[in-house]
Write a protein that binds this ligand. Sequence first.
Ligand SMILES: [Zn+2]
Ligand SMILES: [Zn+2]
Length: 49
Amino acid sequence: MTKRCSTCGKFAKEFAEFPCPECGKQLVRCYHCREIRNKYSCECGFEGP
Ligand SMILES: [Zn+2]
Ligand SMILES: [Zn+2]
């Protein structure tokens, strides 16, 4: 099962899923983006480390 990474938009097998601290929407971050500490952003405008 794969999910689309909220940060880079690619489909990833390994990912972390967590709710946006601001609006509670489920965000997906792939292993790669976590590895390089890519910032994630939500459609509500929230940006996290
Ligand atoms: Zn990613
Ligand atoms: Zn949000």
